[in-house]
Write a protein that binds this ligand. Sequence first.
Ligand code: AMP
Length: 280
Amino acid sequence: MQIIHSIDEMQCLSEKLRKGGSKIGFVPTMGYLHKGHLSLVDLLKEQTDTVILSIFVNPIQFGKGEDLEKYPIDLDGDMKLCQERGVDIVFIPEGVEMYRKGHSTLIQEEKVSQGLCGKTRPSHFQGVTTICAKLFNICQPHTVALGQKDAQQVVVLKRMILDLNFPIEVVVGDIFRENDGLAMSSRNSYLTSEQRRDALFINRSLRAGQELVGQGVLNGETIMQAVISTLRQAKSIRLDYVEVVDRNTMEPKQEIIPNQSMIVLAVWIDKVRLIDNLIL
Ligand code: AMP
């Protein structure tokens, strides 16, 4: 397994790999890896010849007062997991090289990024699209793997890839959950044991919505209310949003269309913001 820090070195190697006929798969991450990240590596191992995983805590996707300074880091642990999982190249660029003095170009997706998480975190998706465009130009993947856990991010990045003509295929990995149903997230490490117990209501609330659909209820508002009332049972949970949306556009929908509609939600547990979703 190669570990590369320099942008030039990474870009030269990707060019060489492409010229040699190697199909490159790429997993962009912010590190503190868990089984969800690694399931994306597994997806690409099946479909590509060389898997690159990047670790970069991207400062410009964090708003003022968010958790950039305390975002968890464990590079040694990450390297071990990457090695065990068969990652070929780990790319760990430096912030000062990624955003050189004078960096003044940002990429803004104007539609999908505006609602849901974009409302609470206004510059977040601009940070995500900008860093991903840069990483795509550096790592030059044929295929990129993204997690369904960040459903809105998937739609925003697919839109950017189409709009900016990146010759990249997107594969989307299912949400990887703990045994008790909590979606894996680097941010789960912030939770106290009491908060961790309350966090179980997140998945429980999604399943309450799903259950209604199973009983034939197809009204989005009714589903949302069921989700909200389950979340309210947890003392420490504050709602950011709960919506029923079209999974391909992230637009709110009144009527559920099976396999096309999804519940998306974001909640606060004290200062920890967690997101989750379920395709109905
Ligand atoms: P992050 O390090 O949080 O930026 O995530 C990097 C990639 O891993 C993104 O494409 C996420 O959607 C994906 N990811 C994060 N958590 C999970 C999970 N629990 N299951 C599957 N993929 C995930």
